[in-house]
Design a protein around this ligand. Structure first.
Ligand code: ADP
Ligand code: MG
Length: 323
């Protein structure tokens, strides 16, 4: 059982950044407004994620680390209708099998908070403590019991950059949440709650990208598409600055990337890989997020014309005078 759990953990938890991603997604699902990530020392030795969200009761905690335990899907149909970021109930179980976990949590209705330690999916220590509302996870000694995987971690700066990338990507998709990232007591990223996504783009991607953005949007009863295109003709040799969000979730979708690249290339042939941000809101039933445990890759249902509409929206941005 322990071996199976460790192998299963490997599917989701590739590196410390995957832990950060799963914990932040849980914080978002718990309606947090402020999320802080802190790392110290060797990356993976100490990770803290603090939120001001719903918190967990003692009952919530008693099942949170069990495999396939999720509070987010109530029925089988919900699987076709995923609105939360988490739904597999695997992350906390996995994390607790490859690291040491400590959690502090308090709900609005409970009078006191709870502190608990977890190993291999089991709560080994639990007591009441005074806490503000919300949840803090401390993750220590990532891969302490799988030395080979620990050995394959990259150097600290590289592993930290993966974490930074995760926080940047998620924060671009959630401008209504304030994010902070601290490394060895130094604040590396700090955003305020924004009403305007442009401010968030500015604080995450910088002036160069933010000040050269074309924007267009399209809305029907079944979709909402909002695209920001960088007008900056700086050559890019990869898709690093292509950000696609479907229902708030950062995803990769080559069909969408290629479509946008094709239109853009016909306008600015120099630039194979334009910088863009695409926010798509669509009936979850048309999105298949279930194809990979890491939930990065998504497919859009072929039964709808969402790709055609994305194409038209892009065309309108790039060729506004054509119609
Ligand atoms: P999933 O997100 O797929 O439900 P996880 O293993 O990531 O599975 O989390 C298990 C459960 O723990 C969640 O369904 C949720 O009820 C609870 N949980 C985890 N993190 C938090 C948090 N930061 N705030 C409140 N509840 C949380
Ligand atoms: Mg989760």
């Amino acid at each position: 059982e322990a071996t199976v759990s460790k192998i299963a953990a490997g599917e989701i938890i590739e590196n410390p950044a995957s832990i950060v991603k799963e914990l932040i997604e849980n914080s978002i699902d718990a309606n947090s407004r402020n999320i802080t990530v802190e790392v110290k020392g060797d990356i993976g030795n100490y990770i803290r994620v603090t939120d001001d969200g719903d918190g967990m009761t003692k009952e919530d905690l008693s099942v949170a680390f069990l495999r396939h335990s999720t509070s987010k899907l109530k029925t089988a149909e919900d699987l076709n209708n995923i609105v939360s970021l988490g739904f597999r109930g695997e992350a906390l179980a996995s994390i607790s099998h490859i690291s040491k976990v400590e959690v502090l949590t308090k709900t609005d209705t409970d009078l006191s908070g709870i502190r608990a330690e977890i190993e291999n999916g089991n709560i080994t220590k639990i007591n009441n403590v005074g806490l503000p509302n919300g949840t803090t996870f401390f993750i220590y000694d990532v891969f302490y019991n799988t030395p080979v995987r620990k050995k394959y971690l990259k150097n600290n700066n590289t592993e930290f950059n993966y974490i930074l990338e995760v926080v940047q990507k998620i924060s671009l998709g959630n401008p209504n949440i304030a994010f902070k990232l601290i490394r060895d007591n130094k604040v590396v990223l700090n955003t305020t709650i924004e009403n305007d996504i442009k401010n968030r783009i500015f604080s995450i991607l910088g002036r160069d990208i933010a000040t050269n953005l074309l924007n267009n949007s399209f809305e029907s009863e079944s979709y909402k598409i909002n695209i920001y295109f960088s007008n900056n003709k700086l050559y890019r040799s990869n898709r690093f600055h292509q950000y696609i969000y479907i229902n708030g979730r950062y995803v990769r979708n080559l069909d969408i990337s290629r479509l946008i690249e094709k239109y853009y290339y016909s306008l600015i042939p120099l630039n194979r890989y334009p910088v863009f941000l695409l926010f798509l809101e669509i009936d979850p039933i048309l999105v298949d997020v279930n194809i990979h445990p890491k939930k990065h890759e998504v497919k859009l249902s072929k039964d709808n014309n969402v790709m055609a509409i994305i194409g038209e929206t892009i065309e309108e941005i790039l060729f506004p005078n054509r119609k």
